[in-house]
Design a protein around this ligand. Structure first.
Ligand code: GLA
Length: 346
């Protein structure tokens, strides 16, 4: 069989950070940068994988209980194993992986890799548009949770699988309702700038925040913080009170951002980005000084708003520039692009 190629985009979360695992609201968009996986026939009952950007290889049996391996290999082994566990009888394949999402920058290179791998392996197996995309998002998220050890939510995988050209997508994590919202920039620019501090989810305070949110929900007697109220949250012991305050305010900001986009009010969107950053820095405490300094610098240089994106503890800053203001030379322009998909074979 000839080669199949699949692409998984990175994502920028416009606003709605650390809300996904609290049944909350997020507003991400898929970006043009991403990961491409090519699958060709390979060894019988096994995968041979080549990470072209790193010049590294892996080989493993198609076994739902394969050893996880390390680094990028864990994603490849985990995705193949989760597909097998979900009942897909995968054929042996040789995989070539290439990407242009900066790793560890908060643009979700890992979800891009998982969804591209899953689409390529399924297509190699003859399934051109597989399974329900929400199920596929959950499957890829199990790779993070059960293989990599990062208790991340569904934001990144849903953004990669449901992104839409020219749109951000409002995700309601409780109902998994996905609503495209036109993102018209009209001469404004969205950029990301890397702070140079690399973050990892498994090793950072990310899992601590998840534990705190669970503890707060338990103490409030609600199933998730989506049902918390500001009044009762204020009576929680510190720092849980601050954590809940962030989640509630951030959910509200998502709908304010949707309204700002629908009304073409990008000035207002900038103010919401600033408010989100302050909340992530002071109440949720997932920023680091380098990122805070970068946010300040970009604001000083003319951005209408700026904030950390992704899990935090390093990574990139998202900034919104009005017409005429100049982002720094190391900024990466980001715009909403199409979702994960199969590509024509080369
Ligand atoms: C990471 C996780 C997401 C989400 C964000 C924070 O990107 O993978 O699930 O929790 O952090 O909003």
């Amino acid at each position: 069989m000839s080669a199949v190629r699949a692409f998984g985009p990175g994502r920028v979360n416009l606003i709605g950070e650390h809300t996904d695992y609290n049944d909350g609201l997020c507003l991400p968009f898929a970006i043009a940068a991403g990961v491409t996986v090519e699958a060709t026939d390979g060894p019988d009952g096994a995968i041979a994988a080549h990470a072209a950007d790193l010049g590294e290889d892996d080989a493993f049996a198609l076994d739902p209980d394969v050893e996880p391996g390390d680094g990028w290999r864990t994603f490849v082994r985990g995705t193949a194993a989760e597909l097998l566990r979900a009942g897909h009888a995968l054929r042996g394949a040789t995989l070539t992986i290439r990407g242009d999402v900066p790793r560890g920058s908060g643009l979700s290179s890992s979800a891009a890799l998982e969804v591209a791998l899953a689409l390529a392996l399924l297509a190699h197996d003859g399934l051109a548009e597989p399974v329900d995309r929400r199920d596929l998002a959950r499957l890829c998220s199990r790779v993070e949770n059960d293989w990599v050890g990062a208790q991340t939510g569904l934001l990144d995988q849903l953004a990669a699988l449901f992104g839409e050209e020219g749109h951000a997508v409002r995700l309601d994590m409780r109902t998994l309702t996905i609503e495209p919202v036109p993102l018209r920039l009209d001469g404004w620019r969205l950029v990301t700038v890397d702070s140079g501090v690399e973050h990892t989810h498994a090793g950072s305070g990310y899992n601590d925040r998840r534990r705190e949110c669970r503890a707060a929900a338990e103490q409030l007697g609600v199933t998730s913080l989506r049902d918390a109220t500001a009044d009762t949250a204020a009576r929680l012991p510190a720092p849980l009170d601050r954590r809940v305050r962030h989640v509630l305010a951030e959910n509200t900001r998502v709908d304010e951002a949707v309204a700002a986009l629908r009304g073409g009010d990008l000035e207002r969107l900038g103010a919401l980005l600033d408010a989100s950053h302050a909340s992530l820095r002071d109440d949720y405490e997932v920023s680091v000084p380098e990122v805070d300094r970068l946010v300040e610098r970009l604001r000083g240089d003319g951005a209408a708003g700026a904030r950390m994106v992704g899990g935090g503890f390093g990574g990139a800053v998202l900034a919104l520039y009005p017409p005429g203001a100049e982002p720094p030379s190391d900024a990466l322009a980001v715009a909403p692009g199409p979702p994960a998909r199969l590509l024509e074979a080369e």
